[in-house]
Design a binder for this molecule. Structure first.
Ligand code: NDP
Ligand code: GDR
Length: 370
C-alpha cells in the first residue's frame, strides 16, 4: 500500500504556492506504522497537517495500524497521508525524503522498541535506535545547510527506560542509568539530540516518555499480552498466560494522550526536553488484578511464571515527575490507569469474539495464540 516512489505533494503550498492560500504544515514521521505513529498521524491530520511516513520494507504489509486512514495516492487531492520506503539504517534514504518532502516537523519514532529483544539483538538495536537517530539528525542538519530551511523542528522519542536503576520520581534532572542495550541506545540518541541543538542550533526536543499503551500496543508488551489473554480466556480460546516478573512497577498512560505532548513540544518558542508521565505507578500484578477482575476472572487461576520472560537486568520502578511538561506545555493526561486497562480489555474481548467466529468456522486454530 505504500507508494514506492510517490513524490507528489498535492495540497502543499510550502514549496512556493499561492500566497493567498493558507500554508498547510508538513510532518515527516519515522515509525508511522507503530503504535505512536498511528495516533500521531491521526492527531496531525486532525490539525490539518499533511503527513508523510517512512516505512520499511517487509515481506508482508505492516500498515495495519494506519490502514483506516490510508487513501490511495491516485486519489491525490484527498490523500493527506503518504508513505515512502526508507529505513533508519539507510542514511541516503533519510536525506532523500527530507529533500523531497520538505517537512516543517520531523518526528523520529522509529525503533527496535522491545527491551527484552534488545538483549537478543544488541548490535541491531544500537544501529537503529542510537545511530539511526544520529543519521536522521545529520540528514536534517545537512538538509538545512543545503536548503536554508532552518525552521525545521525535530522530535526525538526518548524513554523512561533511560532512568533504569535510578529510583523514582524521575524528572528531567534525574541521572540516567540504563539497564538494557535498548535503554543505553536511547541515552545515546538523547545526547545526540542535545548535541545537535547545542552545536548547530537545531530546533530539537527530547520527549522522555514513560510507558504508554493502547488497544494498538504491540502484542508482546506486557499490558497488551495480558489484555489479549484476558479476551481469549473469557471467550474460551485460551486458558493459560505465561509471564515473567510481576513485581516491576510502571507509570502507564494512554498513547493517544502522549502524542499530543510530542506535538506541543515542537510548538514552543525554544526547544527543550520534557518528561511525560501520569505520575501514577502500578505493578504488573496490579495490572493483572484490574484486567482479569474487570471480566470476573481471577488472574491466579490462569497466570503461570515462565523464566524465559525475565530479563538479564530489570528496571524495577518507574514513576515520572512531569511537572515541567504540565507547567510549560500545559499538558496533562486524560486517561487514568483503570480506564486504560478497561479500554484495552474491552477491545480485546471484541477481538477474541471475532477470532471465535473464525475458529468455529474452521478458519483458525484455537491453539494459535498471539
Ligand atoms: P512500536 O514498536 O509500536 O513502533 C516502532 C516503529 O518503528 C514501527 O513503525 C517500526 O516499523 C519502526 N521501525 C523499526 N525499525 C525500523 C527501522 N530500522 N527503520 C525504520 N523504521 C523502523 O513503538 P511505539 O510506537 O510504542 O514507540 C514509538 C517510539 O517511542 C519508539 O522509538 C519507542 O522506543 C519510543 N518509546 C515508546 C514508549 C511506549 O511506551 N510506547 C515509551 C517511551 C519511548 P514496523 O511496523 O515495520 O515494525
Ligand atoms: P518496557 O515494557 O520494558 O517497560 O518497555 P514491557 O511491557 O515489555 O515490560 C514491562 C514490565 O513487564 C515485565 N514483564 C513482561 N514484559 C513482557 N514484555 N512480557 C512478559 O511476559 C512479561 N512479564 C513481566 C517486564 O519485565 C517489565 O518489567 C516499554 C517499551 O515500549 C519501550 O520501548 C519503552 O521505551 C518503555 O516501555 C518506556
Amino acid at each position: 500500500m505504500a507508494s514506492e516512489n510517490d513524490t507528489s505533494r498535492s495540497g502543499s503550498t510550502n514549496n512556493g504556492g499561492d500566497a493567498a492560500v493558507p500554508q498547510r504544515k508538513i510532518a515527516l514521521i519515522t515509525g508511522i506504522t507503530g503504535q505512536d505513529g498511528s495516533y500521531l498521524t491521526e492527531f496531525l491530520l486532525e490539525k490539518g497537517y499533511e503527513v508523510h511516513g517512512l516505512i520499511r520494507r517487509s515481506s508482508n504489509f505492516n500498515t495495519q495500524r494506519i490502514n483506516h486512514i490510508y487513501i490511495d495516492p491516485h486519489n491525490a487531492h484527498k490523500a493527506k497521508m503518504k508513505l515512502h520506503y526508507a529505513d533508519l539504517s539507510d542514511a541516503s534514504s533519510l536525506r532523500r525524503w527530507l529533500d523531497t518532502i520538505l517537512p516543517d516537523e520531523v518526528y523520529n519514532l522509529a525503533a527496535q522498541s522491545h527491551v527484552a529483544v534488545s538483549f537478543e539483538i544488541p548490535d541491531y538495536t544500537a544501529d537503529v535506535v542510537a545511530t539511526g537517530a544520529l543519521r536522521l539528525l545529520e540528514a536534517v542538519r545537512s538538509h538545512i545547510a543545503a536548503t536554508g530551511r532552518s525552521h525545521i523542528r525535530y522530535y526525538q522519542a526518548g524513554s523512561s527506560e533511560m532512568f533504569g536503576a535510578t529510583p523514582p520520581p524521575q524528572s528531567e534532572s534525574t541521572p540516567f542509568h540504563p539497564r538494557s542495550p535498548y535503554a543505553a541506545s536511547k541515552c545515546a540518541a538523547h545526547w545526540y539530540t542535545v548535541n545537535y541543538r547545542e552545536a548547530y542550533g537545531l530546533y530539537a526536543c527530547n520527549g522522555i516518555l514513560f510507558n504508554h499503551e493502547s488497544p494498538r500496543r504491540g502484542e508482546n508488551f506486557v499490558t497488551r499480552k495480558i489484555t489479549r489473554a484476558v479476551g481469549r480466556i473469557k471467550i474460551g480460546l485460551q486458558s493459560k498466560l505465561f509471564l515473567g516478573n510481576l513485581q516491576a512497577s510502571r507509570d502507564w498512560g494512554f498513547a493517544g494522550d502522549y502524542v499530543e505532548a510530542m506535538w506541543m513540544m515542537l510548538q514552543q518558542e525554544k526547544p527543550d526536553d520534557y518528561v511525560v508521565a501520569t505520575e501514577d505507578s502500578h505493578t504488573v500484578e496490579e495490572f493483572l488484578e484490574v484486567a482479569f477482575g474487570y471480566v470476573g476472572l481471577n488472574w491466579r487461576d490462569h497466570v503461570a511464571i515462565d523464566k524465559r520472560y525475565f530479563r538479564p537486568a530489570e528496571v524495577d520502578n518507574l514513576k515520572g515527575d512531569s511537572s515541567k511538561a504540565r507547567k510549560v506545555l500545559g499538558w496533562k493526561p486524560k486517561v487514568g490507569f483503570e480506564q486504560l486497562v478497561k479500554m484495552m480489555v474491552d477491545e480485546d474481548v471484541e477481538l477474541a469474539k471475532r477470532e471465535k467466529v473464525l475458529v468455529d468456522a474452521g478458519f483458525m486454530d484455537a491453539q494459535q495464540q498471539p
